[in-house]
Design a protein around this ligand. Structure first.
Ligand code: ADP
Ligand code: MG
Length: 722
């Protein structure tokens, strides 16, 4: 069954070569019990290691069941050991963190035996080696004799055709030693048992043959009993380990060493948090924009989407409700032209011409995050405002002018507001006004917006007169229902009599271009201080002109540009024109976005690379502690690809737990606690996928990196390295 022909083995030491085996020629059959003796250093262990494939040989040929092994690859040797060898090590080589049962079971798991068969066999062996009652104890506190019995039971659990034992009884008391020898004797009926022993006398009653080594050579080879005929014996054929077993083993490793696993989990958590944060902020940056200077819409924040109907009709109430209820939409502004109205706070000293303390656009208070508030609170009622800049204090009362006139006395429409909160300006050039939502429904704000942002053509007879920004004022000097026009304007409309001309005034609505009729009294205007003013009317008159105009153009206020993308795509094909002024679709910006996402993807990979090294350095100690167990697993026959899978599963499971924990934590942060920036909202499915793939790949690389050296060298050298 086993033939050694001229086997030689050298150890290369720096400066010298030791010949541990010198042309060994031996043949064994499958029912012998061979005891090998010799002085210390005579080559006994080396011989057993070579036969069992734990170590290599340099010269000669080893034939096992007719198979030549001189040209075996590393993989062939792994298979050879897995299939054929049950090895009982002098130093036990137990996995300290596993229980007695688990240690013994290991070799039968590796051999691919199913669970039931395993359990029975292991329990039977535990009884036979006298360890009943200790099956659930960890291996580490066992005595030397007990460990040796576990090691013996583990070698036998495999049902291998070749059992090799290197001084197994050295640490046992006489009685237990005899029991073990009996057991070995019994199993040698249908397999070859090779046993190294110091004391030939104690083994003699059991052995069938005695071989003595001296200085790497066989000096005695003597049959102690008549060699029985070699018979054909079938041993259980090994199966490949199933995926389930491999994953089970990974879990067993994780749970057997809770401290190490916890440390690995903490490192993984660190990696995931840093990666998710850095990658999340990159994703966020890819969506953030710096204002739509190209759009022609003055108030182009990334929270604004402008919608009109494709058929240019007014929005119905149902549509307006539906917009407000859309996902990602915070609120809607029906007359969104208000957002484009330029507001300013004039210098209060009327004598001083041409100055204003602040100028900017109206913003909806819902778009102001509380965290930006430096002082005060958000507006809660119509005449409250939050301002930016250092010029104001909470509690100040300011006049806000809607008409862009620099001199307060010329202002056509001005209201007093209380400053309730302050924010820092976003940029050095921008000034912000945050109003309560009622500001956007106030007919006067709406009317002023129309007046300032578009013409309001007033028709009389065949003439048209545009009331607009530069030449019309709204003031309560004028009674309700009256419009005062300057002579010049009256003449332009073809009205000669200056006084109280009652007429049905018709206005063209700015959006629909529909005519809107209302009875007004036109009279000649009193001369105003502003030569540019060509007319005046009472604010309520003015407001009522617009009161019945339904909204034709609305703004949807969304959470941010990421939300905007979702809303824009939800509106696609629904019969609306949409404009997202913060982002004009132009080839340049599109290209920039593509370049940005490539750069950010690259940066994320860079971060992953850094995390790999951090992971490598911090897990090095843990992994080298684990490596000892991995070498043991390998020594009892776990193959390279199987061990790689087990290690990979261990890392993957840990990483998946870390990813899960971080995602749950970030979700809780986003939806419940809000302590951190909400990175998750910028993640789309693809981003999640990218993150998970990168992190899992990272753990696979780490696992493979740690295993790399494990299989490049013989098992014996790997043990030496530990
Ligand atoms: P035994 O088991 O009979 O005590 P070994 O097989 O362990 O002897 O050793 C045989 C010879 O090989 C000894 O001279 C020993 O010093 C040498 N040897 C064993 N292992 C190594 C090794 N890894 N490197 C160098 N020399 C070794
Ligand atoms: Mg030895």
């Amino acid at each position: 069954m086993l033939h050694l022909k001229n086997i030689a083995k050298y150890y290369h030491e720096p400066g010298s070569v030791v010949q541990a085996l010198d042309s060994i020629n031996l043949s064994f059959s499958n029912n012998e019990f061979v005891v090998i003796t010799g002085e210390s250093g005579s080559g006994k262990s080396t011989l057993l290691n070579v036969i069992s494939g734990l170590d290599t040989y340099e010269d000669g040929e080893l034939l096992f069941m007719g198979q030549e092994t001189a040209y075996f690859s590393k993989d062939d040797w792994e298979t050879y050991r897995k299939n054929n060898i049950g090895f009982i090590f002098q130093h036990y080589n137990l996995i300290e963190s596993f229980t007695v049962f688990q240690n013994i079971e290991m070799s039968s798991i590796i051999k691919g035996m199913d669970k039931e068969a395993r359990k029975q066999r292991v329990n039977d062996l535990i009884k036979r080696v006298g360890l009943s009652g200790k099956e659930n104890q960890k291996a580490s506190p066992l005595s030397g004799g007990e460990k040796q019995r576990v090691a013996i039971a583990r070698a036998l659990a495999k049902d291998a055709p070749l059992i090799i034992a290197d001084e197994p009884t050295g640490n046992l008391d006489k009685k237990t030693g005899e029991k073990i020898l009996e057991l070995l004797k019994e199993i040698s009926k249908d397999r070859l048992v090779l046993l190294v022993s110091h004391s030939f006398e104690s083994v003699k009653p059991y052995a069938t043959r005695h071989i003595r080594l001296f200085d790497g050579e066989v000096t005695l080879d003597k049959e102690l009993t008549k060699r029985p005929e070699e018979t054909e014996v079938k041993h259980e054929t090994p199966q490949d380990m199933t995926l389930k077993n491999l994953i089970g083993l990974a879990f067993r490793n994780i749970f057997a060493t809770p401290k190490r696993s916890l440390f690995t989990l903490l490192i993984s958590l660190f990696i995931v948090i840093v990666f998710a944060g850095v990658y999340g902020s990159y994703v966020q940056q890819a969506y953030s924009l710096n204002g739509g200077t190209m759009s022609g819409i003055p108030n182009a924040t990334e929270q604004r989407i402008i919608v009109t109907r494709e058929d240019n009709k007014a929005f119905t109430d149902d549509e307006r409700t539906a917009f407000r209820e859309m996902n990602h939409v915070i609120t809607t502004i029906d007359y969104d032209i208000i957002l484009d109205l330029r507001l300013n706070i004039p210098v209060s000293n009327g004598a001083q011409r041409g100055g204003f303390r602040a100028s900017g656009h109206a913003q909806h208070a819902e778009t102001l995050s509380r965290s930006r508030l430096n002082e005060g609170r958000l507006p809660e009622s119509p005449y409250e405002v939050v301002l930016s800049g250092d010029d104001f204090e909470v509690g100040d009362r300011v006049k806000i002018d809607y008409s862009m006139r620099f001199e307060p006395e010329l202002s056509v429409y001005m209201e007093e507001y209380t400053v309730v909160g302050l924010v820092d300006s976003r940029t050095a050039f921008s000034f912000e006004f945050y109003f309560h939502e009622s500001f956007f429904d106030n007919p006067l704000s709406i009317a002023n917006a129309f007046l300032n942002r578009s013409n309001l053509p007033l028709h009389y007879n065949d003439m048209t007169f545009d009331l607009n920004f530069y030449d019309f004022a709204v003031t309560d000097e004028v009674p309700e229902g009256h419009i005062w026009l300057r002579e010049r304007a009256m003449a332009q409309l073809g009205i000669n009599e200056a006084d109280n001309q009652s007429l049905d005034a018709r206005f063209t609505e700015p959006f629909s271009q529909e005519l809107h009729t209302m009875n007004l009294t036109l009279s000649a205007a009193a001369e105003g201080p502003d030569e540019f003013i060509s007319g005046k009317m009472h604010p309520d008159t003015f407001a009522s002109i617009f009161a019945s105009i339904p909204p034709y153009q609305m703004t949807l206020i969304v959470e941010d540009s990421f939300a905007a993308e979702r809303v824009l795509s939800a509106l696609e094909g629904e019969g609306y024109n949409t404009l997202y002024p913060a982002r004009q679709a132009d080839p340049f910006t599109d290209m920039l976005r593509i370049i940005m996402s490539i750069v950010f993807g690259g940066m994320a990979l860079g971060v992953a690379f850094i995390m790999y090294f951090i992971g490598y350095i911090s897990l090095k100690n843990v992994m080298s502690a684990k490596r000892k167990d991995y070498v043991i697993l390998r020594s009892i026959g776990l193959m390279k690809k199987e061990l790689n899978l087990v290690t990979m599963f261990e890392m993957l499971i840990t990483m998946l737990i870390a990813v899960g924990v971080v995602l749950i934590a970030l979700n809780l942060n986003a939806h419940v606690f809000n302590f951190l920036p909400d990175y998750l909202r910028y993640y789309q499915f693809g981003n999640y996928l990218f993150m998970v793939i990168v992190l899992l790949a990272l753990s696979v690389f780490l696992a493979l990196r740690f295993n790399k050296r494990l299989f490049d060298i013989s098992v014996i050298s790997a043990f030496k390295e530990q």
